[in-house]
Design a protein around this ligand. Structure first.
Ligand code: 13P
Length: 247
């Protein structure tokens, strides 16, 4: 039985004034039994968020594969651990698009994060054009094969399926689309990692809101959600956490 995991990705949003939201989310996360909750604010808010986290896991949205060195603008896994981050998102489609990250680079980041004991969420997802061409399953299972380390421990490695056309658009994949893809990802994980592939959690991301969360959590192999816009306020995020706790 895989425990549900709900992760908020604040992207490039959030300032010191919004730390009160984090405290409110943390209180609700504590009250929600049977579900894991985490929040990934921008780097600047990780340390102050940890101070208000009350046990809520706080993470980052990216990490550099190297330990340290001449990598202007980058942050290492060791640095994240030092400020008590517990997880990191790698290979988000916005980074693949804006920073040109390849599967190999995403994999190197995941390996560095896992080696330092950070829970690591590897993102995959197809574009609208790839789906329209009927290539979505091949594209995503190819990303799973190319981006995931071989030796990720199941408690520590998570896959997030985020169809690019559903991110920030209000367009949600249908339960049938999600079921097809999560089954394909599960198959790729088992093929790649054997029995361990059955224990890795697969999150859905893309316009998850309070009013569609329960339907998504009911889909087989949906083990939680990666939430963007609706994670910015406790009012929108907490009902999603509560929906996960009911499943
Ligand atoms: P939205 O929930 O805003 O669509 O963003 C999804 C996402 O990209 C989370 O990583």
């Amino acid at each position: 039985m895989r425990r549900k995991l709900v992760v908020g990705n604040w992207k490039m949003n959030g300032n010191l004034h919004q730390l009160a939201e984090i405290a409110e989310i943390a209180a609700a996360a504590k009250a929600a039994a049977g579900v894991d909750v985490a929040l990934c604010p921008p780097f600047t808010l990780i340390a102050p968020a940890v101070a208000r986290s009350n046990g809520l896991a706080i993470g980052a949205q990216d990490v550099h594969p190297a330990e340290s060195g001449a990598h202007t603008g980058a942050v290492s896994a060791a640095m994240l651990k030092e400020v008590h981050a517990q997880l990191v998102i790698v290979g988000h489609s916005e980074r693949r698009a804006e920073a040109g990250e390849t599967d190999a680079q995403v994999r190197a980041k995941a390996e560095a994060a896992l080696a330092r004991g950070l829970q690591t969420i590897v993102c995959v997802g197809e574009s609208e054009a790839e789906r329209e061409a009927g290539r979505h399953v091949d594209v995503v299972t190819g990303q799973v094969k190319g981006s995931l380390p071989d030796d990720g421990h199941e408690g520590e490695m998570v896959v997030a399926y985020e169809p690019i056309w559903a991110i920030g658009t209000g367009k949600v994949a249908t339960p049938a689309d999600v079921a097809e893809m999560h089954a394909a990802i599960r198959g790729a994980l088992r093929e790649r990692l054997g029995e361990r592939g059955g224990r890795i959690r697969i999150l859905y991301g893309g316009s998850v809101k309070a009013d569609n969360a329960a339907e998504l959590f009911a889909v087989p192999d949906v083990d939680g959600a990666l939430v963007g816009g609706a994670s910015l306020t406790a009012a929108q995020f907490v009902p999603i956490v509560e929906a996960a706790a009911r499943h």
